[in-house]
Design a protein around this ligand. Structure first.
Ligand code: GRF
Length: 259
């Protein structure tokens, strides 16, 4: 091969690399974080983004189905758009969360909610409009207390993840989980999973982040960590330790997420 050939293949390789998008040129991954309560997991995401621990990730929107969810105030404090979406009657439309005058980045939506499709509740139809309007790539259920229907989930395939305060098997299915020390424990799903673990008398529980499927708390696991139950643990004390773990897991899950 002549030196000219070498030069031309080097310059072709350089041209090829230059035509590839740089990490910084990639469009950001836009999160829609759904909450119903204190929003400590939302806070973990905000902190990780502010500390540059999640490059290329931004929070496009926070939605709460509860007007007084403290997570809304956390969002506003960090200038993240936040909306209270009344869920029970579904017909009330969007209500921007209240902010002080200094907290002025709140999204103010003047949208008319879309007509609900037959299989989605009015709340789901409104939520879907919002998530599309804010161009959300990944929906993070961070303490969101409403079940989402299969029709809703079909609009965001493999793009809805949830934090669950109990251990699920890798594929999310089945009623038994085998802990790292080989003990078989029941899988706790649904409400009060922390108390369910205490009531069952297991020695180990944990938290995981998993993809959301129409079956409640039964989707493939993205990341998971076990937590030992201590003598004298109450639902509150155990949940507090689980949340400390969740704050790492949710950041790890978003980092691992590949569209
Ligand atoms: C978390 O423990 C999560 O596992 C469960 O709801 C809780 C939300 O906590 N799904 P926070 O609102 O993020 O503090």
């Amino acid at each position: 091969m002549s030196s000219n050939d070498n030069l031309s293949s080097e310059s072709k390789e350089r041209d090829r690399k230059e035509s590839l998008p740089h990490e910084s040129q990639k469009p950001p991954l836009r999160l829609g974080v759904l909450i119903s309560g204190s929003g400590s997991n939302l806070r973990a995401l905000i902190d990780a983004i502010e500390r540059q621990q999640l490059p290329g990730v931004e929070i496009a929107l926070v939605v709460s189905n509860k007007a007084d969810a403290y997570g809304l105030q956390r969002a506003l404090k960090h200038k993240v758009p936040a909306i209270y979406l009344p869920w029970s009657n579904g017909g009330a439309g969007f209500t921007p969360a209240r902010s002080t005058p200094a907290q002025s980045t709140l999204a103010r939506s003047t949208l008319t909610p879309a007509a609900p499709s037959p299989a989605m509740s009015p709340g789901e139809s409104q939520l879907s409009v919002l998530l599309h309007l804010f161009q959300v790539d990944l929906v993070v259920l961070a303490g969101w207390m409403r079940i989402l229907s299969a029709t809703f989930l079909e609009q965001f395939p493999q793009r809805v993840i949830n934090i669950h305060p109990a251990l699920l098997p890798d594929n999310g299915i089945g009623n038994t989980y085998t802990t790292s020390n080989g003990t078989h424990i029941p899988v706790f799903r649904g409400l009060h999973a922390v108390q369910q673990a205490l009531d069952a008398g297991v020695k180990i529980t944990g938290s995981c982040v998993h993809f959301v499927t129409p079956q409640v708390d039964a989707g493939p696991v993205i990341c998971r960590e076990e937590v030992a139950i201590e003598v004298g643990d109450t639902e509150e004390s155990l949940h507090e330790r689980l949340k400390a773990v969740e704050h790492r897991l949710i950041v790890e899950a978003v980092r691992k997420y590949k569209p």
